[in-house]
Ligand binder design. Structure first.
Ligand code: ADP
Length: 235
């Protein structure tokens, strides 16, 4: 794939369409040789904590082949790896606060520039969450073709987070009431409750989410009107 700095899929497509001097022997960058391939999907999905994003992301990525980029998953991995920033990141997350914009942006930039993501496309999960993140994203030329907003009432979100359990081995997400784990002692024993699925953090996460989503939806209004999908879900 092409070496990419601030370039995005968008910038790359532009490059691919530009007139090139005729050089039959030159080795073409891989990105230019896939003209007959369907254009990779580049999309954003946004929804409050517990809205079911994880499940929707999984099935969309299975169907369309793009890479799921979840800042939350990357951050949780960083906390597990015990690097020097782990404690600080864990603190933000347990309290339900957003990590600093620069960190979220640098994660996205790094992920999107990877050759695999350039080739397969991306599904950005809850990024951008602030207007600064949205602006940084545009400046980097990371422009989605599709914006999906999962609209779930606040009380339902709280209920879902409280009852959420995650299987750390498979990544499967269950809900003790509406989507109980299978009747398998082994699986049930290893299920965990996320540290930030406690009532204080949930309240904070909801507040932070709705504040940010208003700003972000406003910025993406143009894309939203033309191409977005709003999924209403209340149970
Ligand atoms: P949820 O949507 O269930 O709250 P996520 O896995 O999307 O969970 O995010 C978990 C946490 O990761 C957030 O509470 C926040 O601390 C951090 N986080 C996720 N996305 C972002 C982002 N775009 N900017 C800053 N922090 C983020």
């Amino acid at each position: 794939a092409l070496p990419i700095s601030a370039a995005s899929g968008g910038a790359r497509r532009q490059g691919a369409g530009a007139t090139m001097p005729y050089r039959p022997d030159a080795a073409l960058p891989r990105a230019l040789v896939v003209e007959d391939k369907v254009k990779p999907v580049q999309a954003i999905i946004m929804g409050g904590p517990g809205c079911g994003k994880h499940t929707v992301c999984r099935s969309l990525c299975e169907k369309y082949g793009m890479v799921h980029i979840s800042i939350g998953d990357v951050l949780r991995e960083k906390v597990r790896q015990k690097t020097e920033s782990s404690d600080l990141i864990a603190e933000y997350m347990v309290e339900g606060r957003l990590v600093p914009d620069e960190l979220a942006i640098s994660i996205v930039r790094e992920k999107i520039n990877s050759p695999e993501v350039q080739e397969r496309g991306w599904l950005l999960d809850n990024f951008p969450r602030t207007s600064d993140q949205a602006e940084a994203m545009m400046e980097l030329g990371i422009i989605p073709d599709k914006f999906i907003f999962i609209n779930v009432p606040e009380d339902v979100l709280v209920e879902r987070c409280v009852n959420r359990r995650v299987d750390p081995e498979t990544g499967d997400v269950y809900n003790l009431k509406t989507n109980p784990p299978p009747d398998d002692e082994e699986i049930r024993k290893r299920l965990v409750k996320r540290d930030d699925d406690n009532e204080d953090a949930i309240t904070r996460r909801l507040e932070v989410f709705f504040e940010g989503s208003d700003d972000v939806l406003e910025i993406f209004n143009d894309i939203k009107d033309r191409k977005s999908t709003r999924l209403n879900s209340s149970h």
